[in-house]
Design a protein around this ligand. Structure first.
Ligand code: ADP
Length: 400
């Protein structure tokens, strides 16, 4: 018995990430990543428990098979999930539409509604549904909680969430800014208030979540007032494989001139754009290596990436009427000092500066990277979406 634990499951279209977490302490008992689910060349699994990593290369036909395999790995490493004291399972669900804006206990109706919302997130929600169904079979009787990536942004002001298109079309099809990475933006902005020792209600914040997907949010008093992702996670910042902001006319032009169809547009925007589209690689470490070798497209991709960060920084600075804290999080935001320095370069007139030594120190915990006397606190705060999901699931099931 490990005591009260929450299994956190994040099912992507061809991947599953999972963690077994003690929600109070944040201790990760075991964690794993499964990739290339459903792909003919075979899948890959890495499962880490008690400092030991098991790797496997096997065909993983679908999410049910994937989760069954994960459960076997848990048992092999001494954490049989049927007897490990799992009190809840928390699922990251990408799109909650207008329906779900807080963590929600999953029943048949909730599951059907998440499935219906697939029209808004065709790459994500079906995978989330499959993950929930698989865990239901494997851990019957354990409550499952859906934690929505869109939930935190539910109360965005009308002017920030409304697209300037035909209002009837928008209303009929649920077209509005929903925003994503909400669990991360909520967790990180809360940690910022803790770190600064100030109530969240008193702070104006800008949070850059820069991972493979990337988004930025503006918060006043702990609540988001704007965010860069929109109806889907395609809008906003430049990402690993997605373009972020784009003139919609580009799509019309390609549809007319080279007869690009829906699937072609989908591939172009979700897989062949962003850093990969411009420079051939979507991993930021690879991009930096190419830049070091004098690869011009990589340099341009980096410049476009930073340009977009500054574009949003400027917009949100004005929307908020000033800022107290600017925070970087996720893979790139936490690990790449150049991006942080370049995004905020030349802004001392706004009270925004980055201290070179603090910015390049190899620390991993929440830290301040602005000079001690700077008006605006610039911070690096590691995100932990899994812990936030585990805590939300534990809180909801304790109440039930
Ligand atoms: P996601 O959860 O969206 O898949 P992550 O938050 O894990 O993404 O971020 C992935 C990105 O972070 C990749 O571009 C990767 O290169 C970058 N990254 C991760 N670790 C480092 C590191 N140590 N140094 C620089 N970049 C890193």
């Amino acid at each position: 018995m490990d005591g009260d634990l929450v299994l956190v499951v994040n099912s992507g279209s061809s991947s599953i990430k999972y963690q077994l977490v003690a929600p109070e302490s944040g201790t990760v008992v075991a964690a794993g990543l499964m990739e290339r689910i459903g792909e003919s060349g075979g899948g890959a699994l890495e499962h880490t428990a008690d400092g030991r990593t098991l790797s496997d290369h096997v065909t993983i036909p679908d999410h049910t098979a994937g989760l069954r395999l994960a459960f076997e790995k848990f048992a092999e490493t001494g954490h049989d999930l049927a007897s490990a004291g799992v009190t809840a399972v928390g699922h990251r669900v990408v799109h909650g539409g207008e329906v779900f804006y807080r963590p929600t206990l999953v029943d048949d109706r909730v599951l059907a509604t998440i499935d219906e919302l697939s029209a808004l997130a065709p790459l994500h929600n079906p995978a989330n549904v499959r993950g929930i169904e698989a865990v239901r079979t494997l851990l019957p009787g354990v409550p499952q909680v859906a934690v929505f990536d869109t939930a935190f942004f539910h109360g965005l002001p009308d002017a920030a969430k409304t697209y300037a298109i035909d209002a009837q079309v928008a209303a009929a099809h649920g077209i509005r800014r929903y925003g994503f990475h909400g669990t991360s933006h909520e967790y990180v902005s809360g940690r910022v208030a803790e770190f600064l020792g100030r109530p969240a209600e008193s702070l104006k914040q800008i949070v850059f979540h820069l991972g493979n997907g990337a988004s930025v949010s503006a918060l006043r008093g702990g609540r988001p007032v704007d965010t860069s992702m929109g109806l889907t996670p395609l809008e906003g910042l430049v990402m690993g494989t997605r373009p972020g902001d784009l003139d919609p006319g580009i799509i019309l032009h390609l549809m007319r001139t080279v007869q690009l169809d829906v699937d072609g547009v989908d591939r172009l925007l979700n897989r062949r754009s962003g850093l990969r589209g411009m420079a051939g690689v979507n991993d930021f470490r690879e991009l930096r290596r190419l830049i070091g070798e004098g690869h011009e497209p990589a340099r341009l991709a980096y410049d476009v990436y930073v340009h977009r960060l500054r574009h949003y920084l400027g917009a949100y600075l004005i929307e908020l009427g000033g800022v107290d804290a600017i925070t970087f999080t996720a893979g790139v935001g936490e690990n790449n000092p150049d991006v942080r320095a370049d995004a905020l370069a030349g802004l001392s007139g706004f009270g925004i500066a980055v201290d070179h030594d603090r910015n390049t120190a190899p620390e991993r915990t929440a830290r301040r990277i602005s000079p001690p006397d700077a008006k605006v606190d610039v911070l690096v705060v590691p995100t932990n979406e899994e812990l936030a999901i585990a805590r939300a699931a534990a809180a909801l099931t304790e109440k039930a």
